[in-house]
Design a protein around this ligand. Structure first.
Ligand SMILES: [Zn+2]
Length: 203
């Protein structure tokens, strides 16, 4: 079981004989990539940091760590650019345990799996717990709806008018074709030019 992560503390990869595979880590959220040489400072390959998590940072950290766990990738640190998990791409580094504090309880995501108060949770259960502890803010939905509604109104307005126009034209054509166009001048819809194709008196 790894150490608890409190800050960015890359661990030195285990020394192996022969040409060791480079230890490369990447952020699960932004595009930061680092090379962790065995005996040198961390080398930043890509600074990243441009993408902030779309969720509450703690929740995002948990979700990203669970995704890594699901994919069998080791969480080996915390991104110094955005605070989200760093995942091992190649080489070796000690897997870490993340603790996600929530209003009720603390979720621990270890290399062996997720635990809630020492009780193991499967990945779906852990995700559900995070959603429950950190529900999406209702204001986000309201604002989103407020932005979307006019957008769809703008799209649907002309479409509705067009459909209505088509229906009226078709109805008119059908009326003429059936020979029951209004015969009386001045009746609604009579334009004085349209002659019925057939005139079948009803009575
Ligand atoms: Zn990052």
């Amino acid at each position: 079981m790894g150490r608890r992560l409190t800050h960015h503390t890359p661990l030195r990869p285990r020394r192996v004989m022969g040409p060791a595979m480079e230890t490369i880590v990447s952020c699960a959220n932004c595009f930061r990539r680092e090379r962790w040489p065995a005996s040198a400072p961390v080398e930043v390959l890509q600074p990243g940091g441009g993408r902030q998590p779309s969720q509450v940072p703690q929740k995002a950290r948990g979700l990203n760590a669970l995704k890594a766990l699901e994919e069998g990738r080791a969480v080996v640190g915390i991104c110094s650019a955005c605070g989200q998990p760093l995942v091992l791409e190649s080489g070796e580094a000690e897997p870490q345990t993340l603790e996600i504090p929530a209003p009720v309880g603390t979720l621990r995501i270890t290399p062996e799996g997720a635990f809630l108060d020492r009780q193991p949770l499967d990945i779906e259960g852990a995700r559900a717990w995070l959603e429950e502890q950190y529900p999406a803010p209702p204001m986000g939905g309201v604002l989103e709806g407020a932005v979307r509604l006019p957008f769809f109104a703008v799209l649907l307005g002309p479409l509705a008018l067009w459909v209505l126009a088509v229906i009226l034209v078709v109805a008119r054509i059908v009326t003429i074709a059936q020979g029951i166009a209004p015969e009386v001048e001045g009746a609604p819809g009579f334009d004085g030019r349209v002659q019925p194709v057939k005139n079948i008196p009803e009575d």
